[in-house]
Design a protein around this ligand. Sequence first.
Ligand code: MNH
Length: 455
Amino acid sequence: MSTVDTSGTVGGIDDIPGPRGLPLVGNLFDIDSHDPVEGFVAMAREYGPIFKLSGAGSVRLIASGADIVEEVCDDSRFDKMIGAGLSNVRSGGAGNGLFTSETSDPIWHRAHNILMSPFGMQAMRDYLPKMIDVADQLTDKWARTNPGEDVDVPADMTRLTLDTIALCGFGYRFNSFYREAPHPFVEAMTRTLTESQARSRQLPLQTRLRVRAQRRMEEDQAFMEALVDGIVAERRAQGAAGDATDLLGRMINGVDRQTGEGLPDENIRAQCITFLIAGHETTSGLLSFALYYLLKNPAFLERARAEADEALGDSAVPTFEQVQRLTYVRRVLDETLRLWPTAPAFTRTPLEDTVLGGRYAVPRRTPITVLIPALHRDTSVWGPDAAEFDPDHMTSERLAALSTNSYKPFGTGQRACIGRQFALQEACSCWGPCYSASISSTTPTTCSTRRPRSR
Ligand code: MNH
């Protein structure tokens, strides 16, 4: 399904295949509102590597073939597009944080330059003890369950990832493992995100009429901002005595080498909220799916556990070097993100009118959404067993033979995920202790991971 026929003449948008829509509303009713991604994957199977969806007066292309995606990932011809969905996240609290800013926005460039080092290698070393601190809380909890007791894996993974980003980010403890219900900040954030998503499916008038929802959203936003502002103010007040090694400390002290400028407090607030949003559901989903696959495949679990035992030995607290040695665990995580990329799509747009696949003339600003789960299951790239979970899909030899654009769980180019190393180190460093300390003694047999549906 990956190759596009390049023999024919150049056609236009109208020639791109796709479900035939209704007059006026286009394909509005073809989109599965409960699970749009799943619906799009089914359409990709039917309509091929690039297909078209029309809305009321608008068009969106969905790309999933390796060749087309390769093209769309070229930063010299295409850029990230902030469409309706991301605009709503932006006004819902993420503001002009990295995730929801235009590449052309000078503050994106400044923040990108300043934040490279807080997400770089030395920073990861500094975050490790904090990651382990939270991972230990998970391990202790699981080690203390009685045989046969259920473990709510996704809920605990969310506790882990949220507490980790807040602790490494700004020295704040949500203490989620000591709470039954989510922290009020998390509730405000979840409501805001749900409302943002609902809005991207509404007409503007509909949104304005939902007065209660609007008020709730304002309250939630004010609550989140106040919490983050309090943390930033306190840190500023500490002056030179404040922690300069966490994300916040590095953001407050960092300057953009190109312009000599630092980040204003209002942008630091947007970045903090962005990290909390972008940095926790994605990583917790990865961990839940990975554990699901390991429990389904005891041979892979055994190999991962043996590696953890060997790499960590008797040390109570793994070192940075020991975590680096967990290469099989990394393969398990990478393979999990192949089948279940937890941020399943990103949207690009041509900077100028262009021809896609040598075949379709596409005007500038046309949204082109890269559908990652479909890309990652392309049999022409991954072989006939593309739909099977097998960490050996991720050996370095196999990856070296692929185009880098066949595997895109973290987005692409200059707008790729800045938290990639953070997420993977966090995921690796909690697996180590998990294996040796708790899972090996009390393997949760009735673990209630959210079961991935078969595709
Ligand atoms: Mn993350 C961008 C996936 C963990 C912070 N992230 C992206 C994009 C994808 C993505 C895909 C590109 C989106 C787009 O093009 O519109 N991120 C993930 C996945 C995980 C993840 C699958 C975990 C697994 N991300 C994290 C963590 C953090 C983070 C952890 C922060 C601590 N991500 C970001 C930020 C961006 C981003 C910030 C935007 C970067 C930019 O555009 O400059």
